[in-house]
Design a protein around this ligand. Sequence first.
Ligand code: SAM
Length: 262
Amino acid sequence: MRKRPLGQNFLIDLNIAQNIIQLANIQPGEPVVEIGPGKGVLTQILIDQADSLTVIELDPRLSKDLQNRFGDTPSFKLIEGDAAKIDYASLGVGLNVVSNLPYYAATHIMKRLIHYRNQISSMTLMLQKEVVDRLTANPGQKEYGSLSVYVQYYCDVQRLLEIPNTAFSPKPKIDSSLIGLKPLPQPKVQVENPKLFFKLVNSAFFHKRKMLKNNLKDWEYLFRQESGQAQLAGIDLSRRGETLSLEDFANLANHVHALTAA
Ligand code: SAM
């Protein structure tokens, strides 16, 4: 049987590794979690800086090597397991997560981390460049979509560094970017019903080229007609989802919530 690929492209550029850890800006006393340490290129820098370092590695062979190499350091703890399934609440609070994420599971793991945002003070994540383009996109940009809204709703988002594919071995086909995510104490916009908010956002982007009135069919009975135009919460529904800011989506969702919550 063919082994499941684990996104194992190892960083071989030590200057970039140093740069990533500097940009993670870990303060003394703050706990650090590294996801997918692999051959330990980031781990060996982190272990000198972090008062406590928990690493999560899925590959048993790499886990064994890491345990042999760092296991004697009292501040080091290895969890052999799937970072997409870990209960991050069990790792404490104020976590600083650092990772060169495996591409195949990157969005999934990032969403799980955001789910545990109350435990996390920062995430410094290396991701496929195209994913970072989406996470940092603003309304009107072609990369702007439901993932941009999701992440920007919960986190302050900062693009930190570009990393060429030549910095890895084996060399992946794509370039990477480093992103800093800081969970906000409160979501960016005030939303009465987050489930409804995300349902509307996902629907608004369902067919990216379609107008809102065609993507928001579930709420068509709430549309108002004004001067021959369909509107909802004062938003012209001949616009496309990609033109709406987080505030617009919040207004839309709060309006629909008020009309439908009986
Ligand atoms: N941090 C190392 C570096 O920068 O060279 C390795 C990065 S490599 C892109 C991704 C690492 O994540 C690999 O070591 C892989 O075995 C591990 N990995 C893949 N899927 C994982 C998962 N679901 N949970 C934890 N680790 C995983």
